[in-house]
Design a protein around this ligand. Structure first.
Ligand code: SF4
Length: 244
């Protein structure tokens, strides 16, 4: 994301009691060239907002570790989808398991020494290929981090993947009534599943975030979710439909 979009988002969040700010949607925040400047700007402009980092840990060297051990980081989540090298690298193509493990363990050791109050999580997205490692993964990470999350793999808004839930009566929508999601081009989408921008609610470039959040279309979307009805949004249709 460009610096100007990021700055605009942060500026729009001022005096809005924003509780949580996650500087990523589906990308890797540690690869963002403005990360340090962005964290500084968040500290300055939104001092009471917790910053939540989701990372695969691959770029978490000692300088990035130092960068994350700061006052405004409230949570760090590591996405690790396997316990063995073979299964992990099958799911995280191009990454090297030993390096990720060493980085994450190194971060946890530095966090322990620093006595900062940052909550740590590991998230394991379960698939038919890594199911066999779930219990061993849980046993390995419990005690090292604050929470171990096993998350079912879902459709991520279609694209020939699995539907979000095989039982379509159960809406898998969490956080969509309390969070906004913004793509790198400034498009506001209603759900983290909408990485491709199927349902655009507005764009930060030309509109204040608050007016996008309060638009008729966005309010209708949240009302549908609150009533347990599937919203008539393209991304929801894709998310819940097996064959498109
Ligand atoms: S049904 Fe819509 S709101 Fe719910 S998880 Fe899927 S895309 Fe998100």
């Amino acid at each position: 994301m460009s610096w100007s979009f990021f700055k605009k988002i942060v500026d729009d969040c001022r005096n809005k009691q924003v509780k949580e700010f996650c500087p990523f949607i589906h990308g890797e925040p540690l690869s963002w060239k403005y990360l340090e400047k962005g964290l500084d700007y968040l500290s300055l402009m939104l001092p009471d907002t917790g910053v939540v980092i989701y990372t695969n840990g691959y770029l978490l060297d000692s300088s990035k570790t130092k960068l994350l051990l700061r006052d405004n980081i409230s949570e760090v989540h590591f996405s690790i989808d396997g316990l063995s090298k073979q299964v992990y690298e099958q799911h995280r193509r191009g990454l090297v398991y030993e390096r990720v493990l060493a980085n994450v363990i190194g971060f946890l050791a530095e966090l322990h020494k620093s006595k900062r109050r940052i909550k740590t999580h590991v998230a394991f997205t379960s698939t038919p290929q890594n199911q066999c490692e779930v219990e061993a993964f849980r046993l390995f990470w419990e005690g090292l981090v604050d929470a171990v999350e096993i998350i079912p793999c879902d459709g991520r808004g279609g694209e020939e993947r699995l539907p979000a839930f095989t039982d379509g009566r159960q809406l898998p929508c969490f956080q969509v009534t309390s969070h906004m999601y913004i793509l790198t081009d400034g498009s506001v989408v209603p759900c983290c599943k909408d990485w491709a921008g199927y349902t655009i609610m507005g764009n930060v470039a030309g509109q204040p975030l608050e007016s996008i959040w309060n638009s008729k279309e966005y309010r209708r979307f949240r009302n549908d979710i609150n009533r347990g009805t599937t919203p008539a949004a393209e991304v929801c249709h894709r998310c819940l439909t097996d064959q498109l």
